[in-house]
Design a protein around this ligand. Structure first.
Ligand SMILES: CC(C)(COP(=O)(O)OP(=O)(O)OC[C@H]1O[C@@H](n2cnc3c(N)ncnc32)[C@H](O)[C@@H]1OP(=O)(O)O)[C@@H](O)C(=O)NCCC(=O)NCCS
Length: 328
């Protein structure tokens, strides 16, 4: 079977207007700007407005991605929304978005792979296009983490923010597009990063609320160790499958969780910091949105030109990881 080459046709991003600074967090929990910046690299993050929901963030980012791709919503065949903060349990946020966009011929579903969700979504959608099943797909990473963050827990509340990044993918010339995907999961690490309340195991009740089970729980140091190991491994594997060397990378677009994790990936890949897209100082960790927002900003800022070799790599709850090697 001859596969169709698939790549990014347009990108878009949206972050809410409201900024939550480290100084403001100092008034909410026992922390300080110096600690947050030195341990994470984060200075501020964006927070959704009252009444603003994940599908709203998706909509704004998608409209820009569609415009940049030069197609209209009714041409879309598929919508995948990677998120851990859907508007509601069901219908999926992808279906809510389909209606908002008027993309009425598109199949639509949500994908749950936490912070790795966008790369998982790209891999899924690109297979539909490569096989000729679909022509255009919209892949979005979007999260409103402020809705599931415990603002009394200083271990987590300093890290997270809200946003959405979108790409339209479709056929590209042979020399461009996705050259490899590396996806993985390790369910034994599931307890390290989770929300226990609200599912079939612990349906919402007064007890789950009292126990704060509807907020993110994170074993930070354990997740940190996993992240440092897996970011390098996943990127290496994507490079190997693409037949590339480390020196081939023009731009690394990593998940924006912690500057120290990003720096360890740069060391492992022997890359200088100018070959890396970094925006976590402005946005914190936006889960599935981090990579596509960074990619959209790289495009906006002219940091990628046709023919550049990019590696996107992320990790997250599950535990999960995902990387892709792609030519812009
Ligand atoms: C959360 C994280 C920043 C903590 O950094 P760290 O250097 O590992 O810090 P530690 O957890 O060892 O904590 C060191 C001390 O700082 C304290 N501390 C934790 N959060 C703090 C805060 N916001 N402000 C001030 N002190 C804080 C801890 O209580 C601890 O104090 P103790 O030694 O008296 O117990 C880091 O572990 C991390 O980034 N982990 C990965 C998180 C991640 O990527 N999650 C998302 C996955 S998609």
């Amino acid at each position: 079977m001859n596969l169709i080459p698939v790549g990014v046709l347009g990108t878009g991003k949206y972050v809410p207007e409201r900024i939550l600074t480290n100084q403001e967090l100092e008034t909410m929990v026992e922390t300080n700007d110096e600690w947050i910046v030195s341990r994470t690299g984060i200075r501020e993050r964006r927070i959704v407005a009252e009444g603003q929901v994940t599908s709203d963030l998706c909509y704004e980012a998608s409209m820009i991605a569609l415009s940049n791709a030069g197609i209209t919503a009714d041409q879309l065949d598929l919508i995948i929304v990677a998120t851990v903060t859907p508007d509601m349990t069901f219908p999926s946020t992808a279906c809510v978005l389909q209606e908002k966009l008027g993309a009425m011929k598109a199949a639509a579903f949500d994908l749950s792979a936490a912070c790795s969700g966008f790369v998982y979504g790209l891999a899924n959608a690109s297979n539909f296009i490569a096989t000729g099943t679909y022509k255009y797909a919209l892949v979005i990473g979007a999260d409103s983490l402020s809705k599931i963050t415990d603002y009394t827990d200083r271990n987590t509340c300093i890290l997270f923010g809200d946003g959405a990044g979108a790409v339209v993918i479709g056929e590209v010339p042979e020399h461009r597009g996705f050259k490899s995907f590396e996806l993985g999961a390790d369910g034994t690490g599931g307890p390290l990063l989770k929300i226990e309340g609200g599912g079939s195991r612990n349906p919402a009740s007064q007890a789950t609320i009292d126990q704060r089970l509807h907020y993110i729980y994170m074993a930070g140091a354990e997740v940190f160790k996993f992240a440092v190991r897996i970011m390098g491994n996943a990127a290496d594997e994507a490079l190997r499958k693409a037949g590339w060397e480390k020196t081939d990378i023009d731009l690394l677009v990593p998940h924006q969780a912690n500057m120290r994790i990003i720096q360890s990936s740069l060391n492992r890949l022997e890359l200088s910091v100018d070959k890396c897209m970094i925006n976590l100082d402005k946005y914190g960790n936006m889960s599935a949105a981090s990579i596509p927002v960074a990619l959209a900003e790289a495009a906006e800022q002219g940091r990628v030109k046709e023919g550049d070799r990019l590696v996107l790599v992320g990790f997250g709850g599950g535990l999960t990881w995902g990387a892709t090697a792609m030519v812009w």
